[in-house]
Design a protein around this ligand. Structure first.
Ligand SMILES: [Fe+2]
Ligand SMILES: [Fe+2]
Length: 259
């Protein structure tokens, strides 16, 4: 089974870029399941029912998220209803949405778990304890994790924690891809950050001049989503019969609509 994971889709440019690139990605990787992080899909921050549906239309089978998931109030009810959209599992239990989901793919039950790092981000429970508790009760043949976290040390540690227990740990949140994609000794595919799906002429998806103004003046600045030079970033993992990984390949392609 092939799992394609796509990093944080930023705003309209990211959504359109993903839709444009998917035919090429489908042809090249032949994914049985595509998982897309949608936490920035609505206006660069947050997710709505409309942007989630655009990601599903582009080919997402499951949508993961992260710290921006609750940006748009009107999405809370949707998050409660949407069985294929997940938010970090280690948020307060009563928060809208679910922390993991199980979908059927080619006769296999694939569990997708979303976790938030505890370093530099606000969580209710340790991501390590949380994932252990979920793995004890989840009924799935294959499990993949989106670890939405700030620092590489915590992400690398999660990779080792889950090595041999899940098929893949995909890091998200920093929007900057790392060069450490590999299959760990216990056959878990790992990458610290897959990067984002958005404009490369940007600071993490935001127009560079606005991000710079904010950093230089230390004054509030309205951020707009950058549109130039959109790339799609992610990783593709081959999952074997044991529910573990045989390979991981980093994905970084310009979102051209015609080729
Ligand atoms: Fe993000
Ligand atoms: Fe994030």
């Amino acid at each position: 089974m092939k799992v394609l994971f796509i990093g944080d889709v930023v705003g309209g440019p990211g959504r359109r870029g993903l839709a444009a690139a998917m035919p090429e990605l489908r042809e090249r990787h032949r994914p049985d399941l595509t998982i897309v992080n949608g936490e920035n899909s609505a206006g660069g921050m947050g997710i709505t029912e409309k942007t989630a549906n655009a990601l599903f239309e582009a080919g997402a089978g499951v949508i993961t998220s992260g710290n921006h998931v609750y940006r748009h109030r009107e999405a809370y009810d949707f998050l409660d209803r949407a069985e294929r959209v997940v938010r970090p599992a280690n948020y307060p239990h009563a928060n809208p949405g679910r922390g993991h989901t199980v979908v059927e793919v080619g006769g296999k039950r694939v569990g997708v778990i979303n976790l938030s790092g505890a370093v530099g981000l606000q969580v209710a429970r340790s991501p390590f304890h949380e994932v252990d508790a979920i793995l004890e009760r989840i009924e799935a043949d294959v499990v993949v994790v989106d670890f939405h976290a700030e620092v590489t040390s915590e992400k690398v540690a999660m990779g080792w924690h889950l090595d041999g227990k899940v098929a893949a740990v995909f890091g998200t949140h920093t929007h900057v891809p790392t060069a450490d994609a590999r299959v760990l000794p216990g056959s878990t595919a790992y990458i610290s950050d897959v990067g984002m799906t958005g404009a490369r002429t940007s600071v993490l998806g935001v127009k560079p001049e606005q991000a710079l103004e904010a950093l230089i003046t230390q004054m509030p600045v309205r951020f707009e989503t950058a549109e130039e030079d959109v790339w799609v970033m992610g990783a593709a993992v081959e999952v074997n019969e044991r529910g573990l990984a045989d390979s991981i390949e980093q994905v970084m392609v310009p979102a051209r609509s015609s080729r």
